[in-house]
Design a protein around this ligand. Structure first.
Ligand code: SAM
Length: 228
């Protein structure tokens, strides 16, 4: 999978080269490129934003600057993801869907966000016919200062689902959110007693059927406690 990320703070994205994501890049499973939006800045002052039409507080990121950054990156079968708190909610099923794509482009907004004509322009039939899709995604119902952290959240959730990225693919089998409302059971490791708290005895029994039943019950208790 090819991933392009565009931001005015490319250094914010440096954790993308660490841990699983770093290993996946070294193994050639994913190819991540971060681009500095400021390289496309216009005017003598090199600005990337301007005041909003219709008035109001803050600045809006310029369509001209974003268009210059995106034109060379957009190709057939690209998915352009505009990060915005006003977008559709990013969830595990969306991560699963996006993990099957070949090229994701993340547009990280700042200030009041990106001129909406970017979404409109790349959604036109010419682009749709080339299987280019534009999505607006939010990682949750709160407002961040910029799209960089949101894009890293999405990239990590998406890429760990690509075959070969996780060392042990069995880890994906019983995860929270695999099916609607499912939260994983609580986990324990050695020692069997820590500060007078014992690991549930059933987990030491070796009885796989009983363990599976206990885990399923615990998963339900957890879901009711944390999500209802
Ligand atoms: N004026 C916007 C609004 O009220 O919807 C908020 C803009 S926010 C301060 C600046 C940028 O941060 C956004 O353009 C977006 O890229 C990013 N951002 C903030 N919260 C986000 C969220 N929950 N999910 C995804 N991106 C977010």
């Amino acid at each position: 999978m090819k991933i392009d990320v565009i931001s005015i703070f490319p250094e914010y994205l440096s954790p993308l080269s660490l841990s699983l994501l770093g290993k996946a890049q070294n193994a050639g499973l994913i190819d991540i490129n971060v681009h500095n939006l400021r390289d496309q800045a216009v005017g003598v002052h090199g600005s990337v934003d301007d005041t909003p039409y219709g008035g109001g507080a803050g600045m809006v990121m310029s369509a001209e600057v974003w268009g210059r950054a995106l034109d060379p990156l957009i190709e057939d079968n690209s998915d352009l993801i505009i990060l915005t708190p006003a977008g559709k909610q990013f969830t595990q099923p969306v991560a699963q869907e996006l993990s099957k794509k070949s090229h994701l482009i993340f547009a990280c907004g700042r200030y009041e966000g990106i001129d909406d004509r970017i979404r409109q322009y790349y959604s036109q039939p010419d682009f749709v016919n080339r299987n280019i899709r534009v999505h607006e995604y939010s990682i949750g119902d709160y407002v961040l200062g910029g799209g960089e952290v949101a894009s890293m959240v999405m990239i990590e959730a998406i890429t760990r689902l690509i075959p070969g990225v996780l060392g042990n693919p069995d880890s994906l089998a019983e995860e929270s959110h695999n099916s609607e409302g499912y939260l994983e059971y609580p986990n324990f490791t050695k020692p069997a007693q820590w500060r007078d708290i014992d690991v549930p005895e059933i987990l030491l029994s070796g009885n796989h059927a009983a363990i599976a039943k206990w885990r399923s019950e615990q998963a339900q208790i957890r879901a009711e406690k944390n999500r209802k």
